[in-house]
Design a protein around this ligand. Structure first.
Ligand SMILES: [Zn+2]
Ligand SMILES: [Zn+2]
Length: 256
């Protein structure tokens, strides 16, 4: 789903025609997976999807599936190296941001500066602040790595979906604390931008338990849509589906 900044966040399901999903909240919908998965990189049919929408071959060769996507500290774009030098230059040898995001705990993350808000909304972040600004992905990765021992770098999606938020977390204060954890040579990257961003998601009510569905086992997912958060659709019976995980799955959408 494509996300746009809004109050609440706006979601469009990218099928042949874009479907504005916010419009269907409170209504019954059905998503049917046809069984066809087309690789997001080469477009060829694949039996299984690897790493969010790739066929096995592309997963092993495409720059969008490089190890430096998951581990930015492995990025070699700044040295003019990588699976695809041109792609790395345009996508990873560009300004990156290290950020703090809070839900029930604080996590650290890295993203391209131009993708900041999309990344935050895709994760269902409640509030965020920029920690550091760097010239490339590698430097941002070094900062994240230095903090990994002290903090989370993954979102707990179940807590995120249950909307477990610690409202007492003060991100400006946390940024100061985290800065002190950094080795001296990395402190110069700390950003002066102390703006705290708060995100509101289109959810009528949050589930107290969540049951995760997937198109591989459940090709037809239907029910009353109760809300959308991160990349998840939340249904009235507390079932949820991660749409991002099913990138490249051919799906038919119906309003019931
Ligand atoms: Zn492919
Ligand atoms: Zn890279």
């Amino acid at each position: 789903m494509r996300t746009e900044v809004g109050s609440p966040v706006q979601y469009t399901l990218d099928l042949e025609q874009g479907i504005h999903m916010n419009s269907y909240i409170g209504q019954s919908i059905r998503l049917t997976h046809t069984g066809v998965i087309l690789c997001c990189n080469c477009g060829k049919r694949t039996k299984n999807s690897f790493g969010q929408g790739f066929c096995f071959n592309c997963f092993q060769t495409a720059p969008q599936a490089s190890p430096c996507i998951i581990n930015p500290e492995l990025c070699r774009a700044h040295l003019g190296e990588g699976r695809d030098i041109e792609w790395e230059h345009t996508n990873h040898n560009v300004p990156h941001v290290v950020y703090l995001a809070s839900t029930d705990v604080i996590k650290v993350g890295v993203t391209r500066a131009s993708h900041l808000h999309t990344r935050w909304m895709d994760q269902g972040a409640y509030q965020t602040i920029i920690l550091a600004e760097t010239a490339n992905r590698f430097e941002a990765g070094k900062i994240e790595l230095a903090l990994k021992a002290e903090m989370n770098d993954k979102t707990n999606w179940q807590r995120m979906l249950k909307n477990e938020i610690d409202l007492s977390i003060d991100l400006i204060e946390e940024k100061g604390r985290v800065e002190d954890l950094l080795p001296f040579d990395l402190r110069d990257f700390v950003s002066d931008n102390d703006q705290v961003n708060i995100f509101e998601y289109p959810v009528l009510s949050y589930p107290d338990k969540v049951k995760s569905l997937g198109f591989d086992k459940t090709p037809v997912v239907e029910g009353k849509l109760k809300g959308i958060k991160g990349q998840y659709l939340i249904f009235e019976d507390n079932s949820v589906i991660n749409i991002r995980k099913h990138t490249s799955y051919e799906v038919i959408f119906e309003a019931l």
